[in-house]
Each structure stands twice: as C-alpha cells, then as structure tokens.
Design a protein around this ligand. Structure first.
Ligand code: FE2
Length: 240
C-alpha cells in the first residue's frame, strides 16, 4: 500500500495504491462482483439511483448505509457487502482520519477532537461505453473517496498528455484560486487516470466529473463519503 497525499490546486488530494493481495482490494472486488449486473431490472436501477444522488448519471448502484432500504435494493441482496461492512467501515474511517489530520495541520479544522469521521455513504459506479458522471460534488459530506475495482484497457492505455482526450478519466475541478488571468494556457483542473487498486480521497466539496470512454469493457469504481459527526463522548454534553 502506497500513500501519496499531495496538494493540487490548493486542495489536498490523497492517492493510495493498494495491491491485489490487499484485504480492501479483495473486499471491494467481491462486493462489486456480487451484483448481478446483467439482470438488474429497470425498477431495481431506479430504486437504487434514488439512493445515490440525483446528480449522478449512468448505471450506478447505491448501497445506502443509514437509510431505509427498499425491498429491491441490491444492498439486501449483496451478501458480500453485509459480510465485509464492519471491516470496510473501520478501514475507510481510519484512512479518512489520517487525511483529516492534514487538514488539522493546516488549520482547516480547529476542534477536530470533538468530531468523528464516519462512513456515511457507499455505492458502486459501473460505467460502460458512453456512460459518464456529470459535474457534481458531494456537499453533504466531508471527505469523498473513490476506489477503482476494474478499468478497461482503452482507459488504461489512454494518454491524456498526448491526445488531449481524457476518456474515462476522473476530473477534479480546481477552485480558481491562484489562477493568473493573463496565463491563458493555464488548466486549473486535475485529471486522474483510473487504475485498479487506486484510491483517491478529496474534499467532498470539490466539483468533479467522469468523462465517457469509447470501446469495450466496464469501468467499476466504488465511491464513498466520510462525514464529520459530533463524537459520542462529546455528544452527551450537548443540549437541544
Ligand atoms: Fe461523485
């Protein structure tokens, strides 16, 4: 496992590469492949889409955590998710806290001991040729993450730097701070080529999108949100 937190366009983006033998890789792959993708009914898809967010497009499946679940939900059918949920909670929250520590260091979070980061959303995003996620952010969360389970060769072999088509890439939009207007060739966005086993963590407020790709294969990503909540040990002091 290799972690490379870095600042990109005045925000903090962490890239963590897991290898095939890693427990998280195995659990995510099992959950993604526990879905009978070819036999999802329109009804299933619609019910599941409502559980994600109306800002997403494409064939996406939600596995809501703290929400009422519909009878048709893949959540109930996904045995692997039920099997691994506690381990995943633990591992993602630990990683989120590590990243949050950096925010602490740069003064973004003055009172973090009063808060816990909890896994508040978890869903699978499966795209085939022509599918895309249009521009959106996850503004009800604190840190968002995505983990790539499967990436088609056409995306892996793409070279954005030479052909300028970021097919299948994740694009995180810069916030425009620091742009020098006279520099007309400046590109304030960050383009990330997905790769199996790669996890990206970024502030949930950052706008992002996924470009469509051409050709065979499926692009399967697991996305999640981590949200700050008042820690249990502080919660009892609060009066409402
Ligand atoms: Fe997203």
């Amino acid at each position: 496992m290799k972690e490379e937190p870095k600042y990109i366009h005045n925000t903090l983006i962490s890239e963590i590469q897991y290898d095939e033998n890693d427990q998280l890789f195995r659990m995510f792959r099992e959950i993604a492949y526990d879905v009978d993708w070819d036999n999802l009914s329109d009804e299933d898809n619609e019910a599941l889409l409502r559980g994600v967010t109306t800002s997403h497009q494409g064939k996406q499946v939600a596995l809501p955590l703290h929400q009422t679940l519909t009878k048709n939900s893949v959540y109930e059918k996904n045995e692997k998710w039920n099997e691994h949920r506690e381990d995943i909670d633990e591992q993602l929250e630990m990683m989120g806290n590590k990243v949050w520590k950096f925010y602490d260091d740069i003064g973004r979070s003055p009172d973090t001991p009063q808060f816990d980061l909890l896994l508040s959303g978890f869903w699978i995003n499966r795209l085939t040729e022509g599918d895309y996620n249009h521009l959106h952010n996850h503004n009800n969360a604190t840190i968002s993450g995505v983990y790539y389970v499967e990436v088609p060769d056409v995306i892996k072999n793409a070279d954005y730097m030479s052909n300028k088509f970021p097919d299948g890439y994740l694009c995180l939009l810069g916030n425009s701070i620091g742009i020098v207007e006279r520099n007309i060739i400046g590109d304030n966005n960050y383009y990330l080529k997905p790769k199996e086993g790669l996890m990206i963590l970024f502030p949930a407020s950052v706008q992002h999108m996924v470009y469509p790709f051409k050709g065979p294969g499926t692009r399967i990503a697991i996305a999640f949100n981590l949200s700050l909540v008042v820690a249990d040990k502080y919660y009892s002091y609060k009066t409402f």
